[in-house]
Design a protein around this ligand. Structure first.
Ligand SMILES: *[C@@H]1O[C@H](CO)[C@@H](O)[C@H](O)[C@H]1NC(C)=O
Ligand SMILES: *[C@@H]1O[C@H](CO)[C@@H](O)[C@H](O)[C@H]1NC(C)=O
Ligand SMILES: *[C@@H]1O[C@H](CO)[C@@H](O)[C@H](O)[C@H]1NC(C)=O
Ligand SMILES: *[C@@H]1O[C@H](CO)[C@@H](O)[C@H](O)[C@H]1NC(C)=O
Ligand SMILES: *[C@@H]1O[C@H](CO)[C@@H](O)[C@H](O)[C@H]1NC(C)=O
Ligand SMILES: *[C@@H]1O[C@H](CO)[C@@H](O)[C@H](O)[C@H]1NC(C)=O
Length: 350
């Protein structure tokens, strides 16, 4: 080597070393990001926000002792209460629809309502289950539901970037059953009942839940669904943005491919992980759907394609009412001022 050649060689070595150092830095900071399990919230409120839950949904209450939003969800300055005597000092009062609609919990119309206080109408049910809405017109400032266009949107689950779900199952199809469905309230007039009745003529479907007289305990739910390749994530009604735990929990957490019936394919594409589901609307009829399921079941590679999103995406489910209530604080500073739902019923049905 001439002196100039060896100088060039040295330079190259130094460059390579720097490059490999930089790339490992990048790699580890990427890993580090993925290891952060508890979320950091840039939108935490600047001052203390007090949220009053007027009554617990469906009569089941949970402890609010201590600073639950901080302890459980790392959201500071956000205080939850279910003590209705604190009404006059609450920044936000949340009313769950079911108890209002049946008259179980009357609205505090006799109390003086602070001018800056927000009343929130909350429901996680599709429109068909939200009765008696006209009596609520002109009272609420904000809506809280799974809908993306609600003032406070609280979906049953969401898709987030970053792979690495710790999966307790194998994508490889080594399962004893083809399709399962868990249903508690079966009504023949529902769209899902029609599809089920027709589909079961062409493929066997294992049915569980109250309607089939094979109820499943909470503990048995996911392991039972996990025995099957596919799960019928059929919503009780086809409503805008209504994608319930039937997708997020029952199918995704059990590791069965969801066959979905609910809002449009475009909605599922916007909300669910890419390539993660089979939509009933994609098939001319149930003969075609049945044929597709049988084909995917027989072709291991085709089946596993539906699990590729695990490398790039994760899902997060929301089930605790307290987590939903704490979300209000993250939105608080950007909530619309002086909004009043004069016609709540038409918003719900829109
Ligand atoms: C909690 O959130 C804060 C800011 O929002 C963040 O700095 C902190 O790292 C988070 N803590 C944990 C344990 O994630
Ligand atoms: C917010 O609440 C906490 C806990 O009650 C209290 O220690 C703190 O002083 C409050 N901050 C403000 C600005 O009122
Ligand atoms: C409810 O709030 C009122 C008013 O702040 C307070 O006097 C009362 O002790 C509270 N009740 C409970 C059970 O915390
Ligand atoms: C609607 O309100 C009436 C009377 O207030 C009540 O009897 C009925 O149960 C309510 N319907 C539903 C479906 O909540
Ligand atoms: C597949 O299932 C069969 C029967 O249940 C079992 O014997 C076999 O070990 C399983 N294979 C894998 C790879 O899990
Ligand atoms: C909330 O709605 C009521 C009408 O029901 C209205 O008088 C009040 O100004 C609204 N408050 C806020 C903070 O938007």
């Amino acid at each position: 080597m001439t002196p100039s050649e060896s100088r060039a060689f040295l330079l190259l070595l130094v460059l390579l070393t720097i490059l490999s150092f930089l790339s490992s830095l990048l790699y580890y900071s990427f890993l580090d990001q993925n290891l952060h399990l508890q979320e950091c919230h840039p939108d935490v409120p600047q001052r203390n926000i007090s949220i009053l839950l007027w009554h617990w949904p469906f009569g089941r209450s949970y402890s609010l002792d201590g600073d639950k939003c901080l302890q459980m969800y790392n959201i500071s300055n956000c205080f939850l209460s279910d003590n209705i005597s604190t009404f006059s000092s609450a920044d936000v009062v949340v009313f769950h629809h079911q108890e209002l609609s049946i008259g179980l919990s009357p609205l505090p119309l006799h109390l003086e309502r602070p001018a800056s206080q927000h009343w929130v109408w909350m429901s996680m049910e599709p429109p068909v289950n939200n009765a008696n809405l006209t009596q609520l017109n002109g009272l609420f400032n904000l809506t809280m539901s799974y809908r993306r266009d609600a003032d406070i949107s609280i979906p049953y689950g969401k898709t987030v970037l970053g792979g690495g779900n710790k999966l307790g199952f194998q994508a490889a199809p080594n399962r004893s059953c083809l399709v399962s469905w868990v249903v508690s309230r079966y009504h023949p007039h529902q769209a899902r009942a029609g599809v089920y009745q027709s589909l079961k003529k062409y493929i066997p479907i294992e049915v569980y839940g109250r309607w089939s007289k094979k109820p499943l305990s909470d503990k048995k739910l996911l392991p039972t669904i996990a025995k099957c390749l596919f799960y019928l994530s059929f919503e009780n009604s086809k409503s805008k943005d209504y994608i319930s735990e039937k997708l997020w929990r029952n199918a995704f957490q059990a590791g069965a491919i969801p066959v979905v019936l609910g809002p449009s394919r475009a909605t599922y594409e916007a909300l669910a992980p890419p390539g993660s589901f089979i939509h009933v609307d994609d098939f001319r009829d149930t003969v075609q759907l049945a044929a597709h399921l049988k084909h995917q079941a027989a072709d291991r590679q085709a089946y596993e394609k539906y699990f590729q999103w695990h490398h790039t995406h994760r899902i997060k489910t929301f089930t605790d009412w307290r987590e939903r209530l704490c979300q209000i604080c993250l939105k608080y500073s950007s909530l619309p001022a002086n909004r009043v739902y004069q016609d709540l019923e038409s918003w719900v049905n829109s």
